[in-house]
Design a protein around this ligand. Structure first.
Ligand code: URA
Length: 234
């Protein structure tokens, strides 16, 4: 396949595309044994041999898994405190990483991939990928409060809101919310802004991928149709 050199380098996990251009200009990249410093070169990734600092690079096959994250696992590839990470739950020979964060005690839909470009897109609110959560609250939510969270509250100096808020139990303790936001602790902070704590949080779905029929701790590869859908804007 013909591919731009900087795209090849980012797909091979060397760096971002922009950083790859820097590496090229610094004379650290060779094609078939010859240093190249021009930008915009197209290579054939099946024939040309590309190396960076003398080390051969290959494009990794992209893989995508949906995990139903159980409680007690952190969503990083390594944890400096030695806690269990979600990487223990999926096969990991392909430099996978989790797309975004779920808190250690949050359960539910978590995507893992080695596709950095797609991960960045999915995390950006402009891509319109919704997250649906079910939360158990420390006190019942009134309809007034639900409306306020939909209109928006000020969080860290930014107007922030849920797209939907549905009270799903008669006692008002259980709610379902959706959001385009990927900020860390977003759901908890939204509720805390009105004096309510989230005692339990489950992400039902992320970007249309839901874990309804998956046991906690199980994962499955995405289908080609699902992967193509993820790439669509909205
Ligand atoms: N918002 C939170 O507060 N926690 C999560 O784990 C995910 C979203």
């Amino acid at each position: 396949m013909k591919i731009r050199l900087n795209k090849f380098l980012s797909s091979a996990g060397v760096s971002s595309r922009r950083k790859a251009e820097q590496l090229i200009q610094e004379g650290r990249v060779e094609i078939n044994g010859k240093t190249v410093i021009e930008l915009g070169i197209i290579i054939d990734d099946e024939r040309d041999v590309v190396s960076v600092d003398g080390e051969k690079k290959k494009v990794e096959k992209k893989v995508y898994y949906l995990l139903n994250k159980p409680k007690g696992f952190v969503t990083t590839t390594k944890d400096e405190k030695g806690r269990d990470t979600v990487m223990l739950l999926v096969p990991n020979s392909q430099n996978l990483f989790p797309v975004g964060r779920l808190d250690v005690n949050t359960t539910g839909a978590l995507l893992l991939t080695n596709d950095g470009d797609l991960a960045n897109q999915l995390l950006h609110p402009s891509y319109g990928k919704k997250r649906y959560y079910t939360a158990k609250l420390s006190r019942p939510l009134s309809q007034d409060h639900a409306d306020r969270l939909k209109r928006g509250v000020l969080l860290e100096g930014r107007r922030s809101k849920f797209v939907d808020v549905d009270i799903v139990s008669n006692d008002g303790f259980h709610v379902k919310v959706s959001t385009l936001e990927g900020r860390n602790h977003f759901v908890k902070k939204m509720f805390e802004s009105i004096g309510i704590f989230v005692n339990e949080l489950h992400r039902d779905s992320f970007a249309g991928l839901n874990v309804k029929d998956m046991p906690f701790g199980s994962y499955r590869p995405l289908s080609d149709i699902e992967i193509n859908k993820l790439r669509e804007n909205k």
